[in-house]
Design a protein around this ligand. Structure first.
Ligand code: ARG
Length: 261
């Protein structure tokens, strides 16, 4: 995770960002801190990346790499405004002794890659259409040695996979079908017949931008309806308020890069 100490909305690279909306940075830091404490309280170990001035989106740490089996496949940002973040993530993985594979193709890390460890022995789901480019899906498969299934995103409000779909345990996902092309919706139905299905209200509340340890699902508090559906499916929803960071177009999952051994 990376503190939003330098968070701002200075440019607009997704439909949620409006440079005329004021941002309360202290509140952003407070809300982010509650998220960090929530994860620690659930027994997770949290490493911190040092925020850098001039990189206002660095709080969205999920975009810096995608890690599976102890190997990190690095990011290469689509937008020049975020390009320099990649080096900070690269340095982090190397300093911690993780294997790091530098990308040649445009991809935004966990923003567009999800991992479902028990589906077909370990399946990577990958989004394209707005940020990550299709050649990066093949590059990730070669880097990580796990099959990658490409899914096409079609609604600009859901510009990253992680605002439209999330793994909720080792073999199941929750997603909003409307964010995907008709063919990709069929692929998801085939792979995950028991998926929890979210509606547009859940998705617009950033409910799908969640992290789950298989039992506890940490999600944006505005997504109360989705929390109810997850509860009915046997999970324990853990709501966290992250309204300030929504102004940059992200929520819970965007703030967290998962280190998968
Ligand atoms: N402002 C950031 C961008 O548009 C938000 C990134 C959100 N991160 C995510 N994993 N969806 O790039």
């Amino acid at each position: 995770m990376c503190s939003p100490e330098h968070f701002a909305v200075e440019y607009a690279i997704n439909p949620w960002m409006d440079v005329t909306t004021p941002v309360d940075r202290d509140l952003a830091v407070k809300q982010w801190d509650r998220l960090r404490e929530t994860l620690v309280g659930l027994g997770h170990e949290v490493h911190l990346l040092t925020p850098e001035q001039g990189l206002p989106d660095m709080v969205y740490a999920a975009n810096g790499a995608f890690m599976v089996d102890g190997t990190a496949y690095g990011a290469r940002f689509k937008h020049e405004q975020r390009a320099a973040e990649a080096a900070a993530h690269h340095a982090f993985y190397e300093s911690q002794g993780w294997r790091f594979i530098a990308p040649s193709e445009t991809n935004e890390g966990e923003g567009d890659f999800a991992y479902v460890p028990e589906t077909h022995g370990g399946l990577i789901l990958a989004g394209h259409g707005f940020r990550t480019e299709i050649p990066a899906h093949a590059e990730a498969q070669e880097a990580l040695g796990r099959p990658v299934v490409s899914l096409r995103l079609v609604d600009p409000r859901f510009y990253h996979l992680d605002v439209a779909l999330a793994a909720i345990d080792d073999s199941n996902v929750v997603y909003f079908p409307g964010a995907f092309s008709a063919a990709s919706q069929r692929v998801l139905t085939q792979l995950f017949p028991d998926a929890v299905i979210a509606d547009d209200e859940d998705a617009l509340a950033f409910g799908l931008n969640l992290v789950s340890d298989g039992a506890n699902v940490v999600l944006n508090s505005e997504a109360a309806r989705l929390a109810g559906k997850l509860k009915a499916a046997g999970y324990t929803p853990v709501p966290v308020e992250l309204a300030e960071l929504k102004k940059g177009g992200g929520s819970v999952k965007c703030c967290i890069a998962e280190l998968r051994h």
